[in-house]
Design a protein around this ligand. Sequence first.
Ligand code: NAP
Length: 259
Amino acid sequence: MDFGIKGKRALVCASSKGLGRGCAEALAGEGVNLVINSRTADVLERTAQEIRDQYGVEVIAVAADITTEEGRAKVLEAAGQIDILVNNAGGPPPGVWTDWDRDDFIKALDANMLTPIALIKALVPAMMERGWGRVVNITSRAVRAPLAPLGLSNSARAGLTGYVAGTSRQIAKSGVTMNNLLPGMHDTDRVKSLDENAAKAQGISFDEARAKRIAGSVMGRDGTQDEFGAACAFLCSTQAAFITGQNLLADGGEVNLTM
Ligand code: NAP
């Protein structure tokens, strides 16, 4: 299926690796030119070159911390006109509710709620003027079913979800859609480090910890970043024009809900 977005221009935040990279590659596969971003310049530049080589699209790489005002300014300056915005950043650390004080919440809100909102405010008005745009926010399955140790993430992402629910409807007549994509367990570096921690805590090997976790999952496997990227590209397609304000779970059925 041709998604009808060839020649559009996307900003995919936090995309040198993992789910962000999956989204960047799926869009590149549709002929979308990219602005990609992450903090580590050499890894980012390698990713940019691999995407240029494989898909033949234009890729601008901007090394910056997207959760800071300076980082966002640098990315936006390099980005120019953007038709598709994919919001992403690292998630807050796990912990216990008694651990978290005001500063921890401010950090989580800055990274996972206020950063996507700032980028939406910077880029969506011009999309509205042109009558076409797509925003996809990478959030988490924890928005639908909270994971207790991820209380900082649960809180910040719930805030973003509320903002998107209202804003997507306020802008709906303009041709700009705005949706959230909620990952469950995907085989990325982040999940590798979670399995490493579980292995250490339980005194077992990495492979044992991973096998144990996966054995208890609904599909018996983790998702891949390519599968996640494909869902993102669909939400950015011309065919998805009537889908807005939604929270799409990409979690292999892990969140046990009827609707
Ligand atoms: P990952 O494999 O660790 O990749 C994270 C990417 O984001 C890297 O390219 C990293 O590069 C970049 N990044 C992180 N912080 C950044 C920042 N402040 N500014 C710019 N770039 C930044 O992580 P992932 O698994 O793809 O996860 C992506 C998001 O989805 C996270 O918020 C995570 O909490 C959420 N999530 C993931 C899963 C999963 O199963 N993977 C499940 C639920 C939710 P640098 O480090 O070089 O900046």
